[in-house]
Design a protein around this ligand. Structure first.
Ligand code: 3PG
Length: 400
């Protein structure tokens, strides 16, 4: 982007592909981290006199307009953060977008509606994606890729559009890549990885890769129950991916053979029912040993002994990567596991990277100061796939 700026962007229409996929409660944004993350790029371009067209996806609408997934709240928040009026187009490449972009003055910013309201954005068909990218290209003179959270998606605005316009990486993508490189090249040891979140299937690739890199892997969240089951424990009605048990067993064996320490919960918080995240009514969970989960109960957070154990396993780390909450942190009765991991990172001198929309949001929602961590990544799947060593379409498209 510095090169684009040096060449001059005044009066040019610059398409900024951001990731404004923020968590919403109705129209209320519960964590605006991803919007703040794109501010350096948007501000620099606007200050340089560009006509900035910000675009993003939000959620997973089905290729058609759906008010529940409108980017309007994100556009309004971007305006507040910039302290400037931000125009909003109610479509992606239609009359509204064309009019809003045509009406942009130098140094002003517009947001177009959710890119996934158009089926061409996510299409597997190259021609369909290409046709949408052609329409998007009509809105701009230059392209800046800064939606790090979406670079693992081979989508029209991420992959096909940069091929059609002079392009550059924005500041957020540059920072994210520089930080994640530190986790792949010359890693300072001990390198401890904490993985949580609901599904073990989302993490298999990264575990496979980290078995070659990490010294210690701590497991929590919904995915922990598939590990506990693979060890022969009963997990009641906890989240379970039965079909993944053989792979998980194989990983546990490989870890042993390689001397990678795999750490599983010693105790968990259980309840017969999932908590009400709207009312946050008290859930009154019980603490049970990980090998004594009652048949009619569900594990929803790591327990107090596990919190202590995980904190001790993080205390001497030099590098930490954390992806995925330890429990249903959105409910106060199940937030302590996630809070304990966050606190352990704050207390440790390790270089810590928090990756994943959920864990990054959790850290902020639980009131931690982002600056206490080495880096809070805006990428969930993107940071995992980067660490897996995969080629990410949105980065490859910017490389030349
Ligand atoms: C994310 O939240 O990880 C990114 O915004 C990508 O969203 P997606 O998984 O719906 O493609």
């Amino acid at each position: 982007i510095d090169q684009l700026l040096a060449e001059g962007v005044a009066g040019k229409r610059v398409f900024v592909r951001a990731d404004l996929n923020v968590p919403l409660d109705g129209a209320r944004i519960t964590d605006d981290g991803r919007i703040r993350a794109v501010l350096p790029t948007v501000t620099k371009l606007a200050e340089a006199g560009a006509r900035v067209v910000v675009a993003s996806h939000l959620g997973r609408p089905k290729g058609a307009p759906d008010p529940a997934f409108s980017l309007a709240p994100a556009a309004a928040r971007l305006g507040e953060l910039l302290g400037a009026d931000v125009a909003f187009a109610t479509d992606t490449v239609g009359e509204s977008a064309k009019a809003v972009v045509a009406g942009l003055a130098d140094g002003h910013v517009a947001v177009i509606e959710n890119l996934r309201f158009n089926p061409g954005e996510t299409s597997k068909d190259d021609a369909e994606r290409g046709a949408f990218a052609d329409q998007l290209a009509g809105l701009a003179d230059l392209y800046v890729g800064d939606g790090f959270g979406a670079v693992h998606r081979k989508h029209a605005s991420v992959y096909d559009l940069p091929a059609r316009l002079p392009h550059a990486a924005g500041y957020l993508i540059a920072t994210e890549v520089a930080v994640l490189k530190k986790l792949t090249e010359d890693v300072k040891r001990p390198y401890v990885v904490v993985l949580g979140g609901a599904k073990v299937s989302d993490k298999l690739g990264v575990i496979d890769h980290l078995l070659e890199k990490a010294d210690r892997i701590l497991i929590g969240g919904g995915m922990a129950y598939t590990f506990l089951k693979a060890q022969g424990y009963e997990v009641g009605i906890s989240l379970l991916q039965e079909d993944q048990i053989p792979t998980v067993r194989e990983y546990l064996e490989r870890a042993k053979a390689k001397g990678v320490e795999f750490v599983l919960p010693l105790d968990v918080l259980v309840s017969p029912e999932f908590p009400d995240l709207k009312t946050k009514a008290p859930a009154n969970p019980s603490v049970v040993a990980a090998d004594a989960i009652p048949a009619d109960q569900e594990g929803l957070d790591i327990g107090p002994e596990t919190r202590k154990l995980y904190a001790s396993k993080l205390a001497d780390a030099a590098t930490v990567f954390w992806n995925g909450p330890m429990g249903v942190f959105e409910h106060p009765d199940y937030a302590e596991g996630t809070r304990a991991v966050a606190q352990a990172l704050v207390d440790s001198p390790a270089f810590s990277v928090v990756g994943g929309g959920d864990s990054a949001a959790a850290v902020r929602i639980l009131g931690f100061d982002e600056k206490a961590f080495g880096h809070i990544s805006t990428g969930g799947g993107a940071s995992l796939e980067y660490l897996e060593g995969k080629t990410l379409p949105g980065l490859a498209a910017l490389e030349d």
